[in-house]
Structures are given as structure tokens and as C-alpha cells.
Design a protein around this ligand. Structure first.
Ligand code: NOJ
Ligand code: CA
Length: 815
């Protein structure tokens, strides 16, 4: 809503000479932008006494035309002050101030063909932006840009955080190097820099519409625009006049937190284009997902239906788990035909046809009865033609089942998209103009169908969610999935909020409490996983782990309690990029805090002066417990509950690769406190034991012990009895599970209960949530499903600990 709009608009009647700089200052007068029209057009930027950008050229190379970079004649100049306040549909603030001084130059080439170009500059207190506009004119109709000449000449070899410039993926680790290394190797934006005085800058683009994605490369301290081309072409952008470029943006702040708090990228986008936005709602979600990412289940049904993840039965169990966790949405991947084969090859998906073991009607009906809606999934495999051919039907299908959120995906294995079907040669880059147009088409069509989109392998975020708030989130960086693929160095999650996230929300998929942690694929501690729900902003936040990992875990209370996506205000309390950050966000009267740390243990003391001064708050603090260390033991979380006021400080002890999360409630607020007791097993209680990899239950069959799907007529109840030496007997009637030997591969069988027999003793070791290992102390080997078999009837044996999901059991009590 526009509160106030001041216009100071004039047309320069007597324009200064071409050589004199044309200046524009920010409303607080700290930032000075100078434009010079001498031979060619250049701009420079300083802040106070500090030079940030030295004269940097602007312009274009256009196919079959002379270069468009001046010298120009200034034929008009307009100055405006923009001062309005608007409320986003969701976001990090409930109200956003858009305050800038604007300068619009109408320029005309001094030499033939005398083409005109408009340059609009804006100076904000938190940065500078400019864009080009090509007006309709006799000498410019249809044209092709072969090179955008926009340059960023930084004043010195600043410290820089950047990600490799690839035309088809952003999924690489961020680097921290001197600027000159970044220039030489090339980067996708945002690129973030720090000057020796501590000023922080970020170069990015806003409102990337019908243009090619911006990469940067250069030499020394100069970065030049390097647009992603049309495939195997020298053409970067195809356009007809009138046409505008995206905004080129330089965010400027006194510290790293200023960049993360800046709303400048959103301010540079157009107001909301959707009239009724009531259906656009942030949400938390769980997923039938991590099981596929970690290789425990398959997305595909054929040729191993027994391994298929998206079954009706599993979906019903997950819906129950969502309802218990206060989580309103469930993502289900791999429910439609077409997932067979490897990447690239997920390219002939049939998004209109479910696999035989997935009953979408039954699942959505059950979800409705529990207050849980599905998040749909369209993995395109990068085959744009195949996807667009199935629209709008694929949206209508979801509309019929009341599904209003869709995760899309463009996985190709980092190679270009397919644009003419798989057998044809047509290809286009993920980050080129073709893909930008595709994503725009999808978001507008989705809006018509009241569908929110969360795109993976997307085009980068440039603040378009202001105009299209149904574009709720995107991936577009290394997310949690890499915790399984190769591991994510903990420092990366401390870089993302100051780089990738400056463009817009990220579907990072946090909150992995995973028991499949392996020393060769390291990521942050469990407390750090919680912190990411705060520090990595998104209106869609996943609790990414298998639901059994949260069962009975007191730390899962944070996942239950945290609201997402619609924050009233946000503050970065402390940050050094890549080292640590502490972010706090307010929702109504309550504050939620996340602290993310890199690989060095540290202690932080933070004044709580963001809290309301007259109020006493109850705080729930989750932090790394004794022994927590991302390399050795990521699990311990210590939870404290005490009272604070705004004059107190919060002392955080952050482990190596650690983190912390906190909830603050005004005293007297009714909030749910952590409960549960992980790992508590009770004598004489009856349990089911579910194998993590297959979801099948430990089943007694005569003397044999096998895995079978849950079945009322099968003998799948196990009663625990204590042995007297801290171990357990796992009994079924008068028999107990017994190792028949002590070597790898020796079967387990049912034999009459004999508490003295060490082969019947099991040390049931807690991992996380309801997951356990069952170790036979006599052989030091684990209860294991033979051959990692997924099928009904697979036999059990003992085997050395091997980080296998077929050695992990979920123990759940039967009522
Ligand atoms: C990669 C995505 O990032 C991931 O979330 C998804 O599960 C797979 N592609 C399959 O679509
Ligand atoms: Ca991905």
C-alpha cells in the first residue's frame, strides 16, 4: 500500500556539458553515484569518503549494428524521489519502505544511426541500481544483444564470496577469495564483497524478466557482465523495442547483516500482479523425499516396486506424522509414471498418471481428514517441451485434489535443458533467456490456477516474488540434499544468507536429524540444522528428515513451534560471512532465533535488546550439547528453559560446525514445551521393529526371522525383556531372536527364551528419534537385513556396522 509519494520531477532545460559528472545521492546523502557521458557512458560509486566503484562502462554490442556505448547526447533528464511503503504477501518484514532518489537519462547517440537508450539510476540508502530501456524508434526494432557491456570496476582487490559461473547449475560450493581470483574464474551473481574498511557490497540483478541471466568475469578488480547465451549461439538476448533490461544492483552496507536485511531487490520489482492473494500461504512441510535422496527408497516403481518410496501406505503414515508434528503439508515425490532410468532421462514424465501403488484420491482424502494437504511434484528432467505439453492439465489435476503447492524440478545432471523432445537436438541453458521465459510462463499459469511454485534447478531469484508471490521459493544453490551426496561444509550455510539468499528465498531442506550421518559426508550438527529454519529464509520450510527421526526427540519441538514465512521483522544480530551468523525474527509478540557456526568452536554473547523492554520472556534454547562436533558427534542437543528480559544477554556456546536455535515468548504465553524421551525402552512393552531401508517390519515366521510389510495377520509384535546386564531379549511368544553364530552373514533365528544365552542378548543402541541399532555384544555385530533386500520375505542375519540403512530399526510401541 502506498502511504506517501513525493515527486520532485523536472526536465532539465539547460543541460550541463557532456564532460561534467551527473550526480545522484541516496536519501541519507551517504552514497554518491556519478554518471559521466564523456566519450562513452560510465558510472562510479562512493560512500562517504570511501571509493567503491571507479568509472565503469555501460552499453551493448548488438548483432549487425555498431556498438551502443556512446558518445551520447543527453536529450532529457528527469529526477524523482520515490518514497512509499508496501506490505508483502509474505516475507521477512510486514512492511517495506521503498525510498530512493531516481535519475532518468534519455540518451541519443551522437553518431549515426543515432539510436536512443534510456538509463534509469536509483540511489537508495542501502545501494544503487540502474537499468537500460530501449524505446521504440526508427533505427531499432527487432534486435539481438551479443554482449552486455555493463562493468563493475571495484576500487580494490576486495575479499569476495562467489559461486562458479555455470550456465546450467548454481549447485556448487561458494568460494572466498580475493576479487581478482573471482574475476579470472567467473561467477554467477550474487557476488558479495567486503572492503578493508568493513563495507559490504553485493552485485546482483533484480527483476530478471525476458533477459538472460547475468554472470560476471573479468580481470584484476574489474568484473564485466557475461550473459548466459542462447545455446551454441553468440546471441544473449532477443528483443523488440520497447524492451527493458533487469536492474543491475550494487547492495551496500556497513556490515554483512545490512546486506541480508536489505529489501532493495524486492523494491526494484513491480508491485503484486495478483489481485486475490488469500490462497498464497507460507507453510512447513515434510516429505517422502529424504528416503529417495539417501538411496533408501526409489522414486521409480519399475523394476523394483518393493523399493518404491511414494506408496499409498507410506503416504498415510507420513500424514499421521505431519499431523502429530503440527506440519500442514506433505511433499510426495515419485508418484507419477516416468522415473525409470538415470539422469539425464527423467525426461518423459507422465504427470497425469499415478504409479499403480499410489492412490492419490485416498491419500488426499485422508490428508483432508487430518488437516494435511499435499505438496505436488513436477520433475521435468529438464524436458521443457514435455512439461509444457502437459499444462494446464497437470495443474488442473492438482486443482482437483485441492493441492495448491507444487515443487518443480529441472534435473539434467548440470547439462542444458531439452527444448524439442529428447530425440531432437534442441537444447537451451538453464540460466538463459529461454529458461527465464519458461519460468515466467509457469508462474503466470500457476497463478491462474491458484498454485504456488517452489522450483528446483531454477533460474536465480531476483525479487520477482514481489510481483508474483506465488513463486514462493526456489533452490538454486547447494541444499541439504548435498549432505547425502558429498556432504556440505558447515561454513557454506553461513555464506548463503549473504549471497544466494539476497535474491530471494531458498528451499534449503533443513532440519535433518539424520541417523545415516557418515564421517565421509559431513554437515552441521543437529542444533545447526535447527538454526537453518531461521537463518535461511523461505516461506516453504521443510523438515527434511524421515519422520521417525523426530519421534520422541525433544529438539523436534522447535520444528513444531516455529512459524515460517510471514515474519513481522528480522534482524541479523551478528555476522561474519562464512564464520557465523545470528538472525532473529519476530512473529506477533514472539521471537525465533537461529545461530549458524562454521568449523571453529566459538562462544558469542548477544545483548537481547531486540526484545520488548517492558516484557519478561520465557526462552527455550536449543544448543550444541556436551561432545557435539560436526565431525565426531553431530547429535547432542541441550535444551534450556528460563526467563530473560531485554537487558539480559544470551550466551551461546557453538560447537565446531554447530549452531543454536531459540524461541522467546512473553511470560504467560501458552506454548508447547519440549517433550519426549529419546531412546527410552520399556520392559514387557510390545514394539514393532521397522527396517529403515525398506519400511518393512521384523516378522516371525516359524523359526525364521524375516521382513514383511505391515500386516495384521503376521506376527510382527516383539516384547522386550531385560537380561540383567544392560541388554535386552527380543521375544515373540516363548521364543527370542537368537544369533546362530558370530560371523558376518550368520542367520538369526527364533529359539526358546534363554536369558543366559549371550546369542539372545541385544544392546539396543539409540541413534535418533525412534531409530536404533540392535547389536549382539557377543559377536559385536548388528541385526541386518541380508543383501540390503527390500522385498517381503528377506532374511535377517548379523553383520559388522556398515553405516547401512538395512541395519537401522524404528522401534515403536504398540498400544
Ligand atoms: C533434485 C532436487 O533438488 C531434489 O529435491 C529432488 O528430490 C530431485 N531433484 C528429484 O526431483
Ligand atoms: Ca537440486
Amino acid at each position: 500500500m502506498i502511504k506517501q509519494m513525493k515527486h520532485a520531477l523536472f526536465l532539465a532545460l539547460s543541460l550541463p556539458l557532456c564532460g561534467a559528472p551527473i550526480n545522484l545521492t541516496s536519501p541519507d546523502e551517504a552514497i554518491l553515484l556519478s554518471v559521466n557521458l564523456a566519450d562513452s557512458v560510465t558510472y562510479s560509486i562512493s560512500r562517504g569518503e570511501e571509493k567503491l566503484l571507479t568509472p565503469s562502462p555501460l552499453g551493448f554490442e548488438i548483432k549487425n549494428q555498431p556498438t551502443l556505448s556512446g558518445p551520447f547526447e543527453r536529450i532529457a533528464e528527469q529526477r524523482t524521489t520515490i518514497d512509499d511503503t508496501w506490505s508483502p504477501v509474505w516475507g521477512q518484514f510486514n512492511s517495506i519502505h521503498n525510498h530512493a532518489n531516481e535519475l532518468k537519462l534519455t540518451l541519443k547517440e551522437q553518431a549515426a544511426p543515432h539510436r536512443q537508450i534510456h538509463l534509469t539510476f536509483r540511489a537508495y540508502d542501502d545501494g544503487v541500481a540502474f537499468r537500460y530501456h530501449f524505446p521504440e524508434q526508427p533505427s531499432l526494432h527487432q534486435f539481438e544483444i551479443t554482449n552486455e557491456l555493463t562493468t563493475f570496476n571495484l576500487a580494490a582487490d576486495f575479499q569476495t564470496w562467489w559461486v562458479e559461473a555455470l550456465p546450467d547449475t548454481y549447485e556448487r560450493n561458494y568460494n572466498e577469495t580475493p576479487l581478482s581470483d573471482c574475476a579470472e574464474r567467473g561467477a554467477s551473481t550474487p557476488v558479495t564483497l567486503k572492503t578493508p574498511r568493513g563495507t559490504h557490497l553485493a552485485i546482483h540483478e533484480a527483476n530478471l524478466t525476458d533477459w538472460a541471466g547475468m554472470k560476471l568475469k573479468g580481470s584484476g578488480t574489474s568484473l564485466q557482465t557475461d550473459l548466459v547465451p542462447w545455446f551454441e549461439s553468440d546471441v544473449k538476448v532477443k528483443a523488440n523495442t520497447p524492451h527493458s533490461s533487469p536492474w543491475r544492483v550494487i547492495l551496500i552496507g556497513s556490515n554483512a547483516g545490512d546486506l541480508a536485511e536489505s529489501q532493495l531487490i524486492l523494491n526494484l520489482n513491480e508491485p503484486c500482479a495478483i489481485e486475490d492473494t488469500s490462497w498464497i500461504q507460507p507453510a512447513k512441510f515434510m516429505g517422502i523425499w529424504w528416503g529417495m535422496i539417501s538411496g533408501v527408497w526409489g522414486w521409480e516403481y519399475y523394476p523394483h516396486p518393493e523399493k518404491h518410496g511414494a506408496t499409498t501406505e507410506r503416504a498415510l503414515r507420513y500424514i499421521d506424522a505431519c499431523a502429530e508434528m503440527n506440519i500442514p503439508c506433505l511433499l510426495i515425490e515419485g508418484w507419477c509414471e516416468g522415473w525409470e532410468g538415470d539422469i539425464p532421462g527423467w525426461a518423459d514424465m507422465n504427470m497425469l498418471k499415478t504409479y499403480p501403488d499410489f492412490d492419490i484420491q485416498r491419500v488426499t482424502d485422508y490428508g483432508k481428514s487430518k488437516g494435511v494437504t499435499l505438496v505436488g511434484h513436477h520433475e521435468t528432467g529438464g524436458n521443457i517441451t514435455n512439461y509444457e505439453n502437459q499444462l494446464p492439465e497437470a495443474f488442473e489435476l492438482y486443482n482437483r485434489y485441492g493441492i495448491s503447492r507444487i515443487k518443480t524440478g529441472y534435473v539434467t545432471g548440470d547439462i542444458p535443458l531439452y527444448t524439442e523432445g529428447l530425440t531432437e537436438p534442441g537444447r537451451e541453458h538453464h540460466h538463459g533467456q529461454f529458461a527465464v521465459r519458461h519460468h515466467q510462463k509457469i508462474i503466470e499459469l500457476a497463478a491462474k490456477h491458484k498454485i504456488m511454485i517452489c522450483a528446483h534447478e531454477p533460474i536465480k531469484a531476483t525479487g520477482l516474488s514481489r510481483t508474483w508471490p506465488n513463486f514462493v521459493a526456489r533452490e538454486g544453490a547447494r541444499g541439504g540434499e548435498f549432505n547425502h551426496f558429498i556432504g556440505n561444509p558447515p561454513a557454506q550455510t553461513g555464506i548463503l544468507p549473504f549471497t544466494r539468499l539476497l535474491g530471494g528465498p531458498m528451499d534449503y531442506t533443513p532440519a535433518l536429524f539424520d541417523c545415516a550421518y557418515t564421517p565421509d559426508k559431513r554437515f552441521g550438527t543437529r542444533s545447526q540444522q535447527l538454526s537453518l529454519m531461521v537463518t535461511i529464509f523461505s516461506p516453504l520450510v521443510m523438515a527434511a528428515d524421515l519422520y521417525q527421526s523426530y519421534h520422541n526427540e525433544p529438539a523436534a519441538q522447535f520444528i513444531k513451534n516455529i512459524p515460517v514465512g510471514k515474519w513481522d521483522e528480522t534482524q541479523v544480530l551478528a555476522a561474519e560471512i562464512g564464520d557465523y551468523l545470528v538472525t532473529t525474527r519476530r512473529h506477533d509478540q514472539n521471537w525465533f532465533l537461529g545461530a549458524t557456526n562454521n568449523e571453529d568452536a566459538r562462544e558469542l554473547t548477544l545483548p537481547l535488546d531486540f526484545l520488548d523492554p517492558g516484557t519478561t520472556y520465557e526462552v527455550l534454547l536449543y544448543q550444541d550439547g556436551p561432545g557435539a562436533d560436526f565431525e565426531k558427534n553431530p547429535y547432542p542437543v541441550e535444551i534450556r528453559n528460563y526467563k530473560v528480559t531485554s537487558s539480559d544477554s544470551l550466551n551461546l556456546i557453538l560447537a565446531r560446525g554447530g549452531g543454536a536455535a531459540a524461541e522467546f515468548y512473553p511470560e504467560g504465553t501458552n506454548y508447547e514445551k519440549p517433550s519426549g524421551n529419546p531412546g527410552l525402552l520399556e520392559e514387557n512393552k510390545t514394539y514393532t521393529l521397522q527396517a529403515k531401508h525398506s519400511g518393512r517390519l521384523l516378522t516371525a515366521r516359524g523359526r525364521e526371522v524375516q521382513q514383511f510389510a505391515a500386516h495384521t495377520n503376521r506376527n510382527q509384535n516383539w516384547t522386550l525383556k531385560k537380561t540383567g546386564n544392560g541388554n535386552w531379549l527380543v521375544t515373540n511368544g516363548t521364543n527370542a531372536i537368537t544369533a546362530t553364530g558370530s560371523q558376518n552373514g550368520d542367520a538369526v533365528a527364533l529359539e526358546p527364551i534363554d536369558p543366559e544365552n549371550p546369542n539372545q542378548h541385544w544392546n539396543i543402541k539409540h541413534i535418533v528419534g525412534s531409530w536404533f541399532h540392535l547389536e549382539n555384544p557377543a559377536s559385536k555385530r548388528l541385526l541386518d537385513v541380508a543383501e540390503v533386500n527390500y522385498a517381503d520375505g528377506a532374511n535377517l542375519h548379523i553383520w559388522d556396522f556398515a553405516h547401512g540403512a538395512n541395519q537401522v530399526w524404528s522401534l515403536t510401541t504398540k498400544p
